[in-house]
Ligand binder design. Structure first.
Ligand code: FAD
Length: 451
Protein backbone atom coordinates (compact mmCIF):
# COMPACT_ATOMS: atom_id res chain seq x y z
CA UNK A 1 0.00 0.00 0.00
CA UNK A 2 1.35 3.47 -0.85
CA UNK A 3 1.75 4.73 2.72
CA UNK A 4 5.06 6.58 2.70
CA UNK A 5 4.55 8.61 -0.50
CA UNK A 6 1.18 9.93 0.63
CA UNK A 7 2.55 10.74 4.09
CA UNK A 8 5.63 12.54 2.77
CA UNK A 9 3.49 14.60 0.39
CA UNK A 10 1.20 15.58 3.28
CA UNK A 11 -1.82 14.02 1.59
CA UNK A 12 -2.21 11.62 4.52
CA UNK A 13 -1.56 12.31 8.18
CA UNK A 14 0.34 10.14 10.63
CA UNK A 15 0.64 9.39 14.32
CA UNK A 16 3.06 7.61 16.63
CA UNK A 17 1.28 5.14 18.93
CA UNK A 18 3.46 4.03 21.83
CA UNK A 19 1.68 5.04 25.01
CA UNK A 20 -0.81 2.84 26.85
CA UNK A 21 -2.40 3.35 30.26
CA UNK A 22 0.14 0.99 31.85
CA UNK A 23 3.03 1.87 29.54
CA UNK A 24 4.19 5.51 29.50
CA UNK A 25 7.88 6.07 30.15
CA UNK A 26 8.23 2.30 30.40
CA UNK A 27 7.49 1.56 26.73
CA UNK A 28 8.59 -2.05 27.20
CA UNK A 29 5.41 -2.68 29.24
CA UNK A 30 3.28 -2.34 26.06
CA UNK A 31 0.50 -4.91 25.97
CA UNK A 32 -1.09 -4.27 22.58
CA UNK A 33 -1.30 -7.61 20.70
CA UNK A 34 -0.57 -8.37 17.02
CA UNK A 35 -1.80 -11.73 15.70
CA UNK A 36 -0.49 -12.98 12.32
CA UNK A 37 -3.01 -13.86 9.55
CA UNK A 38 -2.72 -16.01 6.39
CA UNK A 39 -1.29 -12.97 4.64
CA UNK A 40 2.34 -12.66 5.93
CA UNK A 41 2.19 -8.85 5.74
CA UNK A 42 -1.08 -8.47 7.63
CA UNK A 43 -1.64 -8.79 11.40
CA UNK A 44 -4.75 -8.23 13.49
CA UNK A 45 -4.18 -5.71 16.27
CA UNK A 46 -5.94 -5.57 19.62
CA UNK A 47 -5.42 -3.11 22.44
CA UNK A 48 -5.75 0.51 23.50
CA UNK A 49 -3.40 3.44 22.97
CA UNK A 50 -3.79 6.68 24.89
CA UNK A 51 -2.61 10.30 24.46
CA UNK A 52 -2.20 9.95 20.67
CA UNK A 53 -1.45 13.35 19.11
CA UNK A 54 -3.52 13.96 15.98
CA UNK A 55 -5.21 10.59 16.70
CA UNK A 56 -8.09 11.73 14.52
CA UNK A 57 -8.89 14.72 12.33
CA UNK A 58 -10.59 15.40 9.03
CA UNK A 59 -7.90 17.61 7.54
CA UNK A 60 -6.36 14.68 5.65
CA UNK A 61 -8.33 11.95 3.88
CA UNK A 62 -6.44 9.16 5.65
CA UNK A 63 -4.28 8.73 8.76
CA UNK A 64 -1.51 6.16 9.17
CA UNK A 65 -1.00 5.19 12.78
CA UNK A 66 2.44 3.74 13.51
CA UNK A 67 1.71 1.31 16.32
CA UNK A 68 3.98 -0.67 18.62
CA UNK A 69 2.55 -4.09 19.47
CA UNK A 70 3.72 -7.53 20.56
CA UNK A 71 3.43 -10.63 18.37
CA UNK A 72 2.64 -14.02 19.96
CA UNK A 73 5.67 -15.59 21.67
CA UNK A 74 7.65 -12.34 21.40
CA UNK A 75 9.96 -11.63 24.35
CA UNK A 76 9.19 -9.19 27.17
CA UNK A 77 10.35 -5.58 27.23
CA UNK A 78 11.14 -3.30 24.30
CA UNK A 79 13.00 -6.04 22.38
CA UNK A 80 9.76 -7.97 21.86
CA UNK A 81 7.92 -5.07 20.19
CA UNK A 82 7.13 -4.83 16.48
CA UNK A 83 5.99 -1.85 14.43
CA UNK A 84 2.83 -1.76 12.32
CA UNK A 85 1.18 0.75 10.01
CA UNK A 86 -2.50 0.91 10.87
CA UNK A 87 -4.35 3.06 8.32
CA UNK A 88 -7.67 4.65 9.27
CA UNK A 89 -8.99 3.57 5.85
CA UNK A 90 -7.70 0.47 4.08
CA UNK A 91 -6.57 1.17 0.51
CA UNK A 92 -5.57 -0.67 -2.64
CA UNK A 93 -2.15 -0.42 -4.35
CA UNK A 94 -3.15 2.82 -6.08
CA UNK A 95 -3.97 4.51 -2.78
CA UNK A 96 -7.75 4.60 -3.46
CA UNK A 97 -9.58 4.57 -0.13
CA UNK A 98 -11.49 1.41 0.82
CA UNK A 99 -13.17 0.13 3.96
CA UNK A 100 -12.82 1.71 7.40
CA UNK A 101 -10.17 -0.11 9.44
CA UNK A 102 -10.82 -1.03 13.09
CA UNK A 103 -8.88 1.79 14.75
CA UNK A 104 -11.38 4.13 16.41
CA UNK A 105 -11.33 7.09 18.75
CA UNK A 106 -12.66 6.05 22.14
CA UNK A 107 -12.22 9.46 23.72
CA UNK A 108 -10.51 12.83 23.51
CA UNK A 109 -8.16 13.96 26.25
CA UNK A 110 -9.02 17.40 27.68
CA UNK A 111 -5.75 19.24 27.99
CA UNK A 112 -4.09 22.23 29.61
CA UNK A 113 -2.95 23.55 26.21
CA UNK A 114 -2.21 22.66 22.56
CA UNK A 115 -5.92 22.79 21.77
CA UNK A 116 -5.18 22.88 18.03
CA UNK A 117 -4.32 19.18 18.14
CA UNK A 118 -6.74 16.41 19.13
CA UNK A 119 -5.09 14.04 21.61
CA UNK A 120 -7.02 10.78 21.50
CA UNK A 121 -7.51 7.41 23.09
CA UNK A 122 -7.54 4.88 20.26
CA UNK A 123 -9.18 1.48 20.44
CA UNK A 124 -7.62 -1.12 18.15
CA UNK A 125 -9.87 -4.03 17.21
CA UNK A 126 -12.65 -3.16 19.70
CA UNK A 127 -15.13 -2.17 16.94
CA UNK A 128 -14.23 -4.62 14.19
CA UNK A 129 -10.99 -6.10 12.86
CA UNK A 130 -8.00 -3.79 12.96
CA UNK A 131 -5.46 -4.61 10.26
CA UNK A 132 -1.83 -3.67 10.81
CA UNK A 133 0.92 -3.96 8.19
CA UNK A 134 4.33 -5.00 9.56
CA UNK A 135 7.14 -2.45 9.11
CA UNK A 136 10.57 -4.10 8.81
CA UNK A 137 10.88 -7.36 10.72
CA UNK A 138 9.14 -8.67 13.82
CA UNK A 139 10.86 -7.47 17.05
CA UNK A 140 12.47 -4.53 15.22
CA UNK A 141 9.79 -2.13 16.44
CA UNK A 142 11.66 -0.08 19.03
CA UNK A 143 14.71 0.30 16.78
CA UNK A 144 12.51 1.64 13.96
CA UNK A 145 10.45 3.82 16.29
CA UNK A 146 13.69 5.37 17.57
CA UNK A 147 14.56 6.47 14.03
CA UNK A 148 11.51 8.69 14.26
CA UNK A 149 11.84 9.51 17.94
CA UNK A 150 15.35 10.94 17.75
CA UNK A 151 14.21 13.32 15.04
CA UNK A 152 10.98 14.03 16.91
CA UNK A 153 12.98 14.92 20.04
CA UNK A 154 14.82 17.58 18.06
CA UNK A 155 11.44 18.74 16.70
CA UNK A 156 10.04 19.05 20.23
CA UNK A 157 13.14 20.99 21.28
CA UNK A 158 12.34 23.35 18.39
CA UNK A 159 8.82 23.77 19.83
CA UNK A 160 10.41 24.93 23.09
CA UNK A 161 12.66 27.41 21.30
CA UNK A 162 9.86 28.66 19.04
CA UNK A 163 7.61 29.33 22.03
CA UNK A 164 10.47 31.16 23.76
CA UNK A 165 11.08 33.30 20.68
CA UNK A 166 7.38 34.13 20.33
CA UNK A 167 7.07 34.94 24.04
CA UNK A 168 10.09 37.22 23.92
CA UNK A 169 8.76 38.99 20.82
CA UNK A 170 5.40 39.70 22.48
CA UNK A 171 7.00 40.77 25.79
CA UNK A 172 9.48 43.13 24.15
CA UNK A 173 6.76 44.85 22.12
CA UNK A 174 4.47 45.13 25.15
CA UNK A 175 7.24 46.49 27.38
CA UNK A 176 7.89 49.34 24.96
CA UNK A 177 4.22 50.19 24.86
CA UNK A 178 2.99 49.85 28.43
CA UNK A 179 3.48 53.04 30.44
CA UNK A 180 3.75 52.64 34.19
CA UNK A 181 5.78 54.36 36.90
CA UNK A 182 8.58 56.87 36.67
CA UNK A 183 12.20 56.35 35.69
CA UNK A 184 14.49 55.65 38.66
CA UNK A 185 16.70 58.57 37.61
CA UNK A 186 13.85 61.04 38.20
CA UNK A 187 14.20 60.39 41.94
CA UNK A 188 11.16 61.44 43.98
CA UNK A 189 10.06 64.17 41.57
CA UNK A 190 6.22 63.87 41.50
CA UNK A 191 6.09 65.78 38.19
CA UNK A 192 8.37 63.34 36.36
CA UNK A 193 6.52 61.82 33.38
CA UNK A 194 5.57 58.13 33.48
CA UNK A 195 7.71 55.90 31.29
CA UNK A 196 7.32 52.70 29.32
CA UNK A 197 8.08 49.69 31.54
CA UNK A 198 10.98 48.76 29.26
CA UNK A 199 12.92 51.48 31.09
CA UNK A 200 12.75 49.71 34.46
CA UNK A 201 15.89 47.65 35.21
CA UNK A 202 13.95 44.62 36.45
CA UNK A 203 11.88 44.52 33.26
CA UNK A 204 15.09 44.82 31.21
CA UNK A 205 16.54 41.89 33.19
CA UNK A 206 13.51 39.75 32.35
CA UNK A 207 13.68 40.73 28.68
CA UNK A 208 17.39 39.98 28.57
CA UNK A 209 16.85 36.49 29.97
CA UNK A 210 14.24 35.88 27.27
CA UNK A 211 16.48 37.31 24.53
CA UNK A 212 19.62 35.40 25.53
CA UNK A 213 17.86 32.08 26.01
CA UNK A 214 15.89 32.32 22.79
CA UNK A 215 18.90 33.39 20.65
CA UNK A 216 21.34 30.82 22.08
CA UNK A 217 18.78 28.00 21.88
CA UNK A 218 18.11 28.87 18.23
CA UNK A 219 21.73 28.49 17.16
CA UNK A 220 22.21 25.38 19.30
CA UNK A 221 19.24 23.77 17.54
CA UNK A 222 20.49 24.81 14.11
CA UNK A 223 23.86 23.24 14.87
CA UNK A 224 22.25 19.99 16.02
CA UNK A 225 19.95 19.89 12.97
CA UNK A 226 22.92 20.49 10.66
CA UNK A 227 24.92 17.70 12.32
CA UNK A 228 21.86 15.45 12.01
CA UNK A 229 21.73 16.07 8.24
CA UNK A 230 25.50 15.72 7.75
CA UNK A 231 25.48 12.52 9.79
CA UNK A 232 23.55 11.03 6.85
CA UNK A 233 25.01 13.04 3.99
CA UNK A 234 28.74 13.50 4.64
CA UNK A 235 30.93 11.70 2.09
CA UNK A 236 33.48 10.84 4.80
CA UNK A 237 32.58 7.71 6.81
CA UNK A 238 34.69 8.71 9.84
CA UNK A 239 33.00 12.12 9.89
CA UNK A 240 29.57 10.47 9.69
CA UNK A 241 30.50 8.35 12.71
CA UNK A 242 31.77 11.38 14.65
CA UNK A 243 28.59 13.33 13.89
CA UNK A 244 26.41 10.41 14.89
CA UNK A 245 28.17 10.41 18.26
CA UNK A 246 27.66 14.16 18.63
CA UNK A 247 23.96 13.90 17.75
CA UNK A 248 23.50 10.98 20.17
CA UNK A 249 25.12 12.96 22.99
CA UNK A 250 23.35 16.22 22.32
CA UNK A 251 19.81 15.06 21.53
CA UNK A 252 18.66 14.43 25.14
CA UNK A 253 20.41 17.61 26.34
CA UNK A 254 18.90 19.83 23.67
CA UNK A 255 15.44 18.25 24.00
CA UNK A 256 15.29 18.79 27.77
CA UNK A 257 17.06 22.16 27.88
CA UNK A 258 15.04 23.84 25.12
CA UNK A 259 11.71 22.53 26.40
CA UNK A 260 12.36 23.47 30.04
CA UNK A 261 13.58 26.90 28.98
CA UNK A 262 10.71 27.36 26.51
CA UNK A 263 8.36 27.08 29.48
CA UNK A 264 10.52 29.31 31.70
CA UNK A 265 10.76 32.00 29.04
CA UNK A 266 6.98 31.88 28.49
CA UNK A 267 6.40 32.42 32.23
CA UNK A 268 8.90 35.30 32.15
CA UNK A 269 6.87 36.84 29.34
CA UNK A 270 3.72 36.62 31.49
CA UNK A 271 5.64 38.27 34.33
CA UNK A 272 6.78 41.03 31.99
CA UNK A 273 3.16 41.77 31.08
CA UNK A 274 2.09 41.82 34.73
CA UNK A 275 -1.62 41.09 35.30
CA UNK A 276 -2.45 41.39 31.61
CA UNK A 277 -0.15 38.45 30.92
CA UNK A 278 -2.42 36.23 33.00
CA UNK A 279 -5.51 37.24 31.04
CA UNK A 280 -6.75 35.28 28.03
CA UNK A 281 -7.12 38.33 25.75
CA UNK A 282 -3.33 38.65 25.68
CA UNK A 283 -1.21 36.07 23.87
CA UNK A 284 1.34 34.94 26.45
CA UNK A 285 -0.79 32.86 28.84
CA UNK A 286 -1.50 30.47 25.96
CA UNK A 287 2.24 30.10 25.38
CA UNK A 288 2.73 28.95 28.99
CA UNK A 289 -0.02 26.35 28.61
CA UNK A 290 1.23 25.19 25.22
CA UNK A 291 4.87 25.02 26.30
CA UNK A 292 4.41 22.73 29.28
CA UNK A 293 3.77 19.53 27.34
CA UNK A 294 7.13 19.67 25.54
CA UNK A 295 9.03 18.64 28.68
CA UNK A 296 6.70 15.64 29.04
CA UNK A 297 6.16 14.06 25.64
CA UNK A 298 8.76 12.40 23.42
CA UNK A 299 10.27 11.02 26.64
CA UNK A 300 9.97 13.14 29.78
CA UNK A 301 12.93 15.33 30.58
CA UNK A 302 13.71 13.03 33.49
CA UNK A 303 14.02 10.15 31.02
CA UNK A 304 16.25 12.33 28.77
CA UNK A 305 18.56 12.93 31.75
CA UNK A 306 18.73 9.20 32.47
CA UNK A 307 19.52 8.55 28.81
CA UNK A 308 22.35 11.10 28.99
CA UNK A 309 23.90 9.78 32.20
CA UNK A 310 23.03 6.10 31.90
CA UNK A 311 23.82 5.64 28.21
CA UNK A 312 25.39 8.49 26.30
CA UNK A 313 28.09 9.36 28.85
CA UNK A 314 29.11 5.70 29.02
CA UNK A 315 29.51 5.15 25.26
CA UNK A 316 33.14 4.17 24.58
CA UNK A 317 34.11 4.92 28.18
CA UNK A 318 33.15 8.60 27.85
CA UNK A 319 34.38 8.97 24.25
CA UNK A 320 31.44 11.13 23.11
CA UNK A 321 31.89 13.52 26.02
CA UNK A 322 35.66 13.77 25.46
CA UNK A 323 35.19 14.45 21.73
CA UNK A 324 32.79 17.29 22.55
CA UNK A 325 35.02 18.67 25.34
CA UNK A 326 38.09 18.81 23.09
CA UNK A 327 36.09 20.65 20.43
CA UNK A 328 34.70 23.08 23.07
CA UNK A 329 38.18 23.84 24.41
CA UNK A 330 39.44 24.47 20.86
CA UNK A 331 36.57 26.93 20.29
CA UNK A 332 37.38 28.71 23.56
CA UNK A 333 41.04 29.04 22.54
CA UNK A 334 39.86 30.58 19.27
CA UNK A 335 37.55 32.96 21.15
CA UNK A 336 40.38 34.02 23.47
CA UNK A 337 42.59 34.73 20.44
CA UNK A 338 39.74 36.81 18.97
CA UNK A 339 39.71 39.09 22.03
CA UNK A 340 37.09 37.35 24.18
CA UNK A 341 39.60 36.10 26.76
CA UNK A 342 37.64 36.79 29.97
CA UNK A 343 34.47 35.09 28.75
CA UNK A 344 36.50 32.19 27.32
CA UNK A 345 38.23 31.73 30.67
CA UNK A 346 34.90 31.69 32.55
CA UNK A 347 33.44 29.19 30.11
CA UNK A 348 36.60 27.08 30.33
CA UNK A 349 36.07 26.79 34.09
CA UNK A 350 32.47 25.68 33.53
CA UNK A 351 33.64 23.04 30.99
CA UNK A 352 36.14 21.79 33.59
CA UNK A 353 33.43 21.66 36.25
CA UNK A 354 31.26 19.70 33.81
CA UNK A 355 34.07 17.23 33.17
CA UNK A 356 34.61 16.86 36.93
CA UNK A 357 30.88 16.22 37.39
CA UNK A 358 30.87 13.61 34.60
CA UNK A 359 33.82 11.88 36.29
CA UNK A 360 32.01 12.00 39.63
CA UNK A 361 28.95 10.32 38.10
CA UNK A 362 31.16 7.72 36.41
CA UNK A 363 32.72 7.00 39.83
CA UNK A 364 29.26 6.47 41.35
CA UNK A 365 28.44 4.12 38.48
CA UNK A 366 31.63 2.12 39.04
CA UNK A 367 30.82 1.87 42.75
CA UNK A 368 27.38 0.56 41.69
CA UNK A 369 25.68 3.51 43.41
CA UNK A 370 23.19 3.76 40.55
CA UNK A 371 20.45 5.55 42.51
CA UNK A 372 22.90 8.22 43.71
CA UNK A 373 24.10 8.75 40.13
CA UNK A 374 20.60 8.98 38.65
CA UNK A 375 19.55 11.37 41.40
CA UNK A 376 21.94 13.87 39.83
CA UNK A 377 21.04 13.13 36.20
CA UNK A 378 18.67 16.12 35.76
CA UNK A 379 20.96 18.69 37.46
CA UNK A 380 23.83 17.34 35.32
CA UNK A 381 21.77 17.68 32.15
CA UNK A 382 20.75 21.22 33.03
CA UNK A 383 24.38 22.06 33.73
CA UNK A 384 25.47 20.60 30.40
CA UNK A 385 22.67 22.48 28.60
CA UNK A 386 23.70 25.75 30.26
CA UNK A 387 27.32 25.25 29.17
CA UNK A 388 26.22 24.44 25.60
CA UNK A 389 24.17 27.65 25.49
CA UNK A 390 27.16 29.57 26.86
CA UNK A 391 29.28 28.14 24.05
CA UNK A 392 26.67 29.43 21.59
CA UNK A 393 26.82 32.88 23.20
CA UNK A 394 30.59 33.09 22.77
CA UNK A 395 30.53 31.73 19.22
CA UNK A 396 27.84 34.22 18.24
CA UNK A 397 29.86 37.06 19.78
CA UNK A 398 32.91 35.89 17.81
CA UNK A 399 31.02 35.85 14.52
CA UNK A 400 29.39 39.22 15.24
CA UNK A 401 32.81 40.69 16.08
CA UNK A 402 34.19 39.47 12.75
CA UNK A 403 31.20 40.79 10.80
CA UNK A 404 31.47 44.13 12.56
CA UNK A 405 35.08 44.33 11.36
CA UNK A 406 34.28 43.22 7.82
CA UNK A 407 30.96 44.92 7.19
CA UNK A 408 30.45 47.33 10.08
CA UNK A 409 27.42 45.42 11.48
CA UNK A 410 27.48 47.24 14.79
CA UNK A 411 23.92 46.52 16.03
CA UNK A 412 24.46 42.77 15.66
CA UNK A 413 27.83 43.06 17.39
CA UNK A 414 26.41 45.03 20.32
CA UNK A 415 23.51 42.60 20.74
CA UNK A 416 25.69 39.49 20.74
CA UNK A 417 28.43 41.05 22.88
CA UNK A 418 25.85 42.05 25.51
CA UNK A 419 24.32 38.56 25.35
CA UNK A 420 27.73 37.09 26.15
CA UNK A 421 28.41 39.50 29.01
CA UNK A 422 24.98 38.80 30.50
CA UNK A 423 25.39 35.06 30.07
CA UNK A 424 28.76 34.96 31.81
CA UNK A 425 27.60 37.15 34.70
CA UNK A 426 24.09 35.79 35.24
CA UNK A 427 23.68 32.29 33.79
CA UNK A 428 27.09 30.66 33.83
CA UNK A 429 27.31 30.77 37.66
CA UNK A 430 24.22 28.53 37.63
CA UNK A 431 26.24 25.87 35.79
CA UNK A 432 28.97 26.06 38.46
CA UNK A 433 26.33 25.83 41.23
CA UNK A 434 24.75 22.81 39.53
CA UNK A 435 28.19 21.19 39.37
CA UNK A 436 28.43 21.59 43.14
CA UNK A 437 25.02 19.94 43.49
CA UNK A 438 26.00 17.03 41.24
CA UNK A 439 29.22 16.45 43.16
CA UNK A 440 27.73 17.08 46.61
CA UNK A 441 27.16 13.45 47.50
CA UNK A 442 23.82 14.48 49.01
CA UNK A 443 21.31 11.63 49.06
CA UNK A 444 18.77 13.16 51.47
CA UNK A 445 15.79 12.61 49.19
CA UNK A 446 16.57 8.89 48.91
CA UNK A 447 15.69 8.50 52.62
CA UNK A 448 12.82 5.97 52.40
CA UNK A 449 11.05 7.50 55.43
CA UNK A 450 10.30 10.74 53.51
CA UNK A 451 7.59 9.89 50.96
C1 FAD B 1 -0.72 16.11 25.02
C2 FAD B 1 -0.01 14.80 24.93
C3 FAD B 1 0.33 14.28 23.69
C4 FAD B 1 0.98 13.06 23.59
N1 FAD B 1 1.22 12.51 22.36
C5 FAD B 1 1.63 11.21 22.27
C6 FAD B 1 1.70 10.55 21.02
O1 FAD B 1 1.40 11.11 19.97
N2 FAD B 1 2.07 9.25 21.01
C7 FAD B 1 2.39 8.55 22.13
O2 FAD B 1 2.72 7.39 22.04
N3 FAD B 1 2.36 9.18 23.34
C8 FAD B 1 1.98 10.47 23.44
N4 FAD B 1 1.91 11.11 24.67
C9 FAD B 1 2.30 10.37 25.84
C10 FAD B 1 3.61 10.86 26.44
O3 FAD B 1 4.70 10.50 25.62
C11 FAD B 1 3.68 10.28 27.86
O4 FAD B 1 2.74 10.99 28.65
C12 FAD B 1 5.06 10.38 28.46
O5 FAD B 1 5.95 9.51 27.79
C13 FAD B 1 5.09 10.04 29.95
O6 FAD B 1 4.40 8.87 30.23
P1 FAD B 1 3.27 8.88 31.40
O7 FAD B 1 2.36 10.01 31.14
O8 FAD B 1 2.71 7.53 31.52
O9 FAD B 1 4.09 9.25 32.70
P2 FAD B 1 4.90 8.24 33.61
O10 FAD B 1 5.75 7.36 32.77
O11 FAD B 1 3.99 7.61 34.60
O12 FAD B 1 5.88 9.25 34.36
C14 FAD B 1 5.47 10.03 35.49
C15 FAD B 1 6.73 10.67 36.11
O13 FAD B 1 7.62 9.65 36.55
C16 FAD B 1 8.89 9.79 35.91
N5 FAD B 1 9.39 8.45 35.60
C17 FAD B 1 8.73 7.42 35.03
N6 FAD B 1 9.54 6.36 34.92
C18 FAD B 1 10.74 6.72 35.42
C19 FAD B 1 11.98 6.06 35.59
N7 FAD B 1 12.18 4.80 35.20
N8 FAD B 1 12.98 6.76 36.15
C20 FAD B 1 12.82 8.03 36.53
N9 FAD B 1 11.68 8.71 36.40
C21 FAD B 1 10.64 8.07 35.86
C22 FAD B 1 8.64 10.60 34.65
O14 FAD B 1 9.80 11.30 34.23
C23 FAD B 1 7.52 11.53 35.10
O15 FAD B 1 8.05 12.63 35.76
C24 FAD B 1 1.32 12.35 24.77
C25 FAD B 1 1.00 12.89 26.02
C26 FAD B 1 0.33 14.09 26.11
C27 FAD B 1 -0.04 14.62 27.48
Amino acid sequence: MPFAGNMFSGKWGGTMCLTEAGAGSSVGDNRCKATPTDDPEVYLLEGEKIFISGGDQDLTENICHLVLARTPNAGRGTKGLSLFVVPKYLTDETGALGARNGAHVLGIEHKMGIHGNATCTLGLGSRGPCKGFLVGQENQGIELMFLMMNEARIGVAAQGQAIAAAAYGFARTYAKDRVQGQALQSGKNPDAPPVAIVQHPDVRRMLMLQKVYSETMRSLLCKLALDFDLMHESADAAERERLKGRVDLWTPIVKATCTDLGFEVATLAVQTYGGYGYIGEYPVEQLVRDAKIASIYEGTNGIQAMDLVGRKLRVGGGALFIEWMNAANATLAEAAAAGLGAAAEALGKAVQMLAGSAMHLAGLGKARKVEAAMLQASPFLRMFGTVLLGMEAIEQAMVARRLAGERGESALFTGKQRNLEFFVATLLPQAIALGKTVQSGDESCLDPSLF
